[in-house]
Design a protein around this ligand. Structure first.
Ligand code: DP6
Length: 334
């Protein structure tokens, strides 16, 4: 940005994503370089929109999330991420960041992947940086590892890489490639009890961790091929194995982390029963108790309806493959 300007503004939108093969553990915590590659889908209906306003008159970064001025840890994390982008831009200007999620925060679905992907693209836009998808993905990764997978569109692979430039995500198929649905059963509201950050750090204390790291490459390949072939059974099976491996690591870490609740368990049992009855639906969980149920479009309405009928399910969000993070013309009010 020409420093003669007193203000510059850009707004970006980014989707959350659900990993089929997950990121759990890091070889380089400072750069969020993961212990293994991962594969995900952008969730089209779960988006964060973020406006970054650079203003010469600002003496510190400011953050507003869903109309609430926000300070403390959230602001510090955003500010640290802006520092990385300021370094690329060669600028010292402070920013006002205004961010809004279109999905209910109360449902415990606050997604730092969508947030840091949107922030990265908006900040790069405000500073007038011309970065390609890989460079934006690398930058987003510094804010939140999984955010690098919300930069490209549709079905995405994050290659582990060995340094900042090579640990990036790219699209393996566009959103229209496959009408896959994620019916998200919300079983608990509020913040996660144990953050993913703690989980990544504790992962190494589990005796199962080296085994997972050693075998993830073949699951990534399997998953990539399942997506290319639109093979629901193959995708579902490899996703569930990887899901159980992650949670087995969490449960055997020191101290152990239990992300599942009784409600989670009951939803998993229901999904297994529906599958025995012939409904092709599979599940995966992130670092929390909500259950992501994966199925094809033809079965999405039935899956969502059956989930809604369960007393332990507070709400069901349905997401289809989404776009990559991109700039938009309309700014949020600051
Ligand atoms: C279980 O470190 O990217 O979702 O805490 O939201 O920044 P944040 O998460 P991150 O870890 C994500 C862990 C995961 C698996 C995955 O998305 O691959």
């Amino acid at each position: 940005m020409p420093e003669a300007m007193r203000e510059a503004k850009a707004t970006a939108i980014a989707c959350a994503n659900i990993a089929f093969i997950k990121y759990w553990g890091r070889v380089n915590p400072a750069l969020n370089i993961p212990a293994n590659g991962s594969v995900s889908m952008c969730l089209g209906s779960l988006t964060t929109t973020t406006t970054v306003l650079l203003d010469e008159a600002l003496s510190a970064d400011e953050l507003v999330i869903n109309d609430e001025p926000t300070e403390g840890r959230a602001l510090e994390r955003v500010s640290r991420h802006l520092d990385a982008i300021r370094q690329v831009a060669g600028s010292r200007w402070r920013a006002k960041v205004v961010s809004r999620n279109n999905f209910p925060m109360a449902a415990g679905m606050a997604s730092s992947a969508a947030a840091y992907a949107a922030l990265t693209v908006a900040a790069a836009g405000a500073w007038g940086l011309s970065l390609d998808t890989a460079q934006l993905s690398a930058l987003a990764r510094l804010g939140s590892g999984s955010a690098c997978r919300s930069i490209p569109a549709g079905f995405v692979e994050w290659q582990q890489g060995s340094d900042h430039a090579s640990s990036v995500a790219y699209s393996i198929a566009p959103p229209e490639h496959w009408a896959l649905c994620d019916c998200i059963a919300i079983v608990a509201a509020g913040e996660k009890a144990v953050s993913s950050l703690q989980g990544h750090t504790l992962a190494e204390t589990s005796p199962l961790y080296p085994l997972r790291v050693r075998t993830t490459g073949s699951r990534v390949r399997d998953c990539r091929e399942a997506v290319a072939a639109r093979d629901m059974v193959r995708l579902g099976e490899v996703t569930e194995v990887d899901n159980f491996m992650l949670h087995a690591i969490a449960m055997t870490s020191e101290p152990p982390i239990h992300y599942w609740s009784d409600e989670t368990r009951r939803v998993l049992d229901a999904v297994l029963t529906w599958r025995e009855q012939g409904l092709p639906v599979y599940f995966t969980l992130d670092a929390g108790p909500n259950v992501h149920c994966l199925c094809e479009e033809a079965n999405a309405e039935q899956v969502a309806q059956q989930l809604r009928e369960m007393p332990e399910v507070l709400e069901v969000l349905v997401a289809r493959p989404g776009e990559g993070a991109h700039l938009v013309d309309e700014h949020l009010d600051s």
